[in-house]
Design a protein around this ligand. Structure first.
Ligand SMILES: Nc1ncnc2c1ncn2[C@@H]1O[C@H](COP(=O)(O)OP(=O)(O)OP(=O)(O)O)[C@@H](O)[C@H]1O
Ligand SMILES: [Mg+2]
Length: 239
């Protein structure tokens, strides 16, 4: 059996006294896309923040490539290959596309390879090459997400974690972005942990998926199995 790239075991996390995640366990294999879907407030962002080291877990463990990274600071986790694209992308609006991308390559190994990675990012998202001198704040929603993913790629991730990249995008832009993510994964052997409220798209894209409900993993399976699950269809897809 292939060893998982990411292994999350019984993770508990929250804010102050509020426990949001209740012993969440999941795995992402190398080269795999895993989607976590769930309603507003289910704890999806909390899950990514606590895996990425932006939030200290209350309990449980996070392993990357067989190494325990529980409680590491986000920049340390990123240097080991675990990179989060936060909700909304969080670009620096008064910096150019190029400057935002350069900021992604902040650790030593990434900096040494910056020019080459930038070319690869421009191959995947040609619009970023065209807009490289433009302020990030003037990009369209879709371009902003591409720039945010591009900036994450500049850090040479093994595991890319995406928090609701489809939020606020027109359906055609969502399709395009998800196609680009798929191409990226299959061409570079990256792994992706994707969190989405756009359940249909997320489950169509992924190899495996799970449903997060009030901080607990309620269901898991292949994307195809979850897509045809009557409860998933009724509660999350309005079918
Ligand atoms: N900074 C915070 N302080 C206190 N409570 C928070 C904080 N951030 C989120 N919460 C609470 O934690 C719970 C889970 O929120 P979270 O943002 O993880 O959900 P989500 O699944 O990402 O939702 P959405 O789909 O709206 O992005 C919610 O009840 C929310 O109110
Ligand atoms: Mg969220």
């Amino acid at each position: 059996m292939t060893a998982p790239l990411l292994r999350v075991d019984a993770l508990r996390a929250g804010y102050g006294q509020l426990e949001v995640l209740d012993r969440v366990s999941l795995e992402v294999l190398p080269g795999e896309i895993v989607s976590v879907v769930g309603a507003n407030g289910a704890g999806k962002t909390t899950l990514l923040l606590s895996i990425a080291g932006h939030l200290s877990p209350f309990g449980g463990t996070v392993q990357l490539d067989g190494h325990d990274i529980t409680g590491l600071q986000a920049h340390e986790a990123a240097a080991r290959g675990l990179v989060l694209v936060p909700e909304g992308g969080r670009l620096f609006p008064f910096m150019t596309v190029l400057e935002n991308l350069e900021l992604g390559a902040y650790h030593r190994a990434a900096r040494a390879r910056m020019a080459q990675t930038m070319e690869e990012v421009f191959d995947i998202f040609p619009i970023l090459a065209e807009r490289r001198g433009q302020l990030a704040g003037r990009l369209s929603g879709g371009e902003r997400q591409m720039c945010a993913v591009g900036r994450a790629l500049m850090a040479l991730p093994k595991l890319l974690m995406l928090d609701e990249p489809s939020l606020g995008l027109a359906p055609i832009m969502v399709d395009r972005l998800f196609d680009q993510v798929h191409t990226l994964v299959k061409s570079k052997g990256l792994s992706v942990l994707l969190v989405e409220q756009n359940v249909g798209n997320a489950l169509r894209l992924c190899d495996h998926g799970c449903v997060l409900d009030h901080g607990e993993l309620a269901k898991r399976g292949t994307g195809a199995a979850l897509l045809s699950d009557p409860d998933v269809q009724r509660f999350y897809m309005g079918l």
